[in-house]
Design a protein around this ligand. Sequence first.
Ligand code: DI6
Ligand code: FE
Length: 409
Amino acid sequence: MAQASFEKVYHGFHAATMDATDLTHSNGYGIIEDAAIAVARGNIVWIGKAIDLPVHSAPTSYLGGGWVTPGLIDCHTHLVFGGDRATEYEMRLQGASYEDIAKTGGGIVSTVTDTRKASEAELFASAKKRLRALMSDGVTCVEVKSGYGLDLVTETKMLTVARQLGNELPVTVRTTCLAAHALPPEYKEQADAYINLVCERILPSIAQAGLADAVDGFCEGIAFSVEQIERVFQTAQALGLPVKLHAEQLSDLGGSGLAAKYNALSSDHLEYLSDADAVAIAKAGTVAVILPGAFFCLKETKLPPIARLRELGVAMAVASDANPGSAPVLSLRLMMSMACTLFGLTPLEALQGVTIHGAKALGLGDSHGQLKQGFAADFVCWDINKPAELCYWLGGQLVKHRAVAGEIT
Ligand code: DI6
Ligand code: FE
């Protein structure tokens, strides 16, 4: 009998494949009990019940029980930055608001000062520690934004560091240019002039260097208007880069409507999302990325309209928003738990949010986020008895094995 050309075979676990063609099956988890996965050239070449494995001569690894899911995808982070903002955290605990701190020169701009001062090596070393923490809790793919440079040199430095993280660690890194994150101090009262700089200098140069996979902006009273973000989106489109947006985090400016108009990969935060814009992102197929860490840290009380997004069939992703200000978050699993407890997602929706839907929010829906033939062999074997435990336990070490491109790391 012909032998299958597998490079390695894993068995000894139940799988939650999150296979999109199987969303209604087995409670939507795409469950395969007593499963096996065969890999070759970094991809899954066969998945099914171990008993049905074709004849092969590849080395076989027994994973010793537990559940295997796709590796977790954190589709929204700001992992690269200088300094920290623990002092602001203490100020907020004393009653200062995030917006007050931003208006008095703290907030994002204080991280910009620290990030401009830091060397590439310093930024790499601090981001690597944070990324390692996310990885040890099951992340195999992460998005990293710029946005603490706000000038060409520092935005380039941040994105170079982000690319380097992906080259040196066993994790897939997608980069996003967020030059339209805040107004740099040297452009005080000149937001339009800064947007000119972003559109005429920063984005073209970053695109030319191949440093960004997408372009993002912050559409908010303390940041940029819909009109200003639209110019950024037009530039991104002309450069052939997909867009995403921080929208409706603190107020409703209609950013998600704009995101939908530009077929954004995702619109993120969404606490203040209007019904009209929920309908718009549903029609556009834009992923709603919910960020319960920022909601929690800012003691926000306005909930994103989860029931309405569910009713409209909008894909909801869950991410860490890991950043020094509103979300110093180093565990994506904790975000899954908060998405359930604070926002009312089911544990299944939370897992979809960090697998299949997280992949879609990064434009990786055809290659990541599901355990399926032809997809990346990125998976985690968890020390749990049922998938809902991924949301149930706060903290702890549930990862038994973590594989990227078919290799246990
Ligand atoms: N929204 C956020 O949650 C982060 N950026 C943004 O636009 C926060 C960034 C920070 O406070 O440093
Ligand atoms: Fe963010």
